[in-house]
Design a protein around this ligand. Structure first.
Ligand code: SF4
Length: 338
């Protein structure tokens, strides 16, 4: 296993008190696997990534464990972490313009990652920079190396970001909405490129997105997050064929039909609850058309709903425990069948 995230909880200080942003998040990423993390804005997707990278404000409280190839990164000092970031774990953000330095050439910015994390000589670094630019599919690599971000298109800039992220052959690449700012054709090219790089380098990828179209194209496995919790988890194919959690089903219904492309998920009425007013029971209850009395009173636990497929919802009960019978307001003795 490449990455193991175990019972991760994050609280951030706001107006003198701590608010829980992530609650008991657990998942794994294998080598050569792309894991999609999906959900609307404010569900905790990006905070999960920043918690793995430990790019958090000073007063953040992080509980749980994150292991990268058996090394517990939650236990590392700031200095040890700096060695891991950009080296064993890299991250790509949505907007390359804000991540790239406008004053430095493309070559200098890629070379800096190599300077910080490798023993390569100046000449070797230069050769590797040109090689990386070619690897991410940029034409005229020998010229682009001396160009500045504003001279490149959005798609080219994102390729440069990928080259920076790939410079030190990371074991894990975290991509936070990497194609949201790009048009559909360029988006498809970038996703293709990421698939290719993953296979070449046998690394793991975490793909954070609100776009289930992106998930369908590149992800092997998916976790669905809602209000700081994982509500469903499964292999991408199984999850698309057989979504179980009402929130996932709502997200699926918002996938654009062939020929149209929506950037926002919009078909679930209501909004994600704020950490200040987190409901006591299921956090999706106010927006769920299947909500029952028990949903508002008690949080559902995570249960198996199919092969390698789990969901946290009162509609599904553990095998042998029985299903909750909404009409009688109690659990029935019926055994749950997958
Ligand atoms: Fe809906 Fe209840 Fe399931 Fe929550 S637990 S998603 S409210 S049915």
């Amino acid at each position: 296993m490449l990455l193991n995230v175990e019972n991760l909880s994050l609280s951030l200080k706001k107006d003198g008190s701590y608010l829980k942003i992530l609650d008991d998040v657990s998942f794994q990423v294998e080598k050569g696997e792309t894991l999609g993390i999906v959900g609307e804005s404010g569900c905790g997707k990006s905070m999960t990534a920043l918690s793995i990278m430990r790019l958090l404000p000073d007063k953040a409280k992080l509980e749980g464990k994150v292991n990268l190839e058996k090394k517990e990164i939650t236990a590392l000092s700031k200095k040890q972490l700096e060695k891991i970031r950009g080296n064993q774990i890299s991250m790509i953000f949505q907007d390359p313009l804000t991540s790239l330095n406008p004053l430095h050439s493309v070559g200098k910015q890629i070379g800096e990652a190599l300077y910080l994390h490798t023993e390569l000589s100046k000449i070797e670094r230069k050769q590797r920079v040109v090689h990386l630019l070619k690897e991410v599919g940029l034409p005229r690599a020998d010229e682009i190396v001396n160009e500045y971000p504003h001279q490149l298109s959005g798609g080219m800039r994102q390729r440069v970001m990928i080259a920076i992220a790939m410079a030190c052959n990371p074991r894990l690449l975290i991509c936070d909405e990497p194609t949201t700012a790009l048009d559909v054709t360029v988006q498809a090219q970038i996703l293709d490129l990421m698939n290719k790089l993953k296979q070449m380098n046998d690394m793991g990828i975490i793909m954070i997105t609100h776009d289930l179209g992106v998930v369908a194209e590149v992800c092997d496995r998916v976790i669905v997050m809602y209000a700081g919790k994982v509500v469903e988890q499964g292999m991408a194919e199984e999850l698309f064929a057989n979504p179980k959690h009402p929130y996932t089903i709502g997200l699926m219904q918002s996938i654009p039909k062939l020929g149209e492309r929506k950037n926002q998920l919009g078909s679930i009425p209501g909004t994600v609850p704020s950490p200040k007013n987190m409901p006591l029971g299921c956090r999706f209850a106010d927006r769920c058309n299947k909500a029952m009395d028990i949903c508002r009173g008690k949080q559902p636990s995570t249960v198996e709903v199919g092969p390698n497929h789990t969901a946290a919802c009162w509609l599904y009960e553990e095998k042998g425990v029985g299903r909750y019978d909404a009409s009688r307001g109690e659990r029935s003795e019926a055994t749950f069948h997958h």
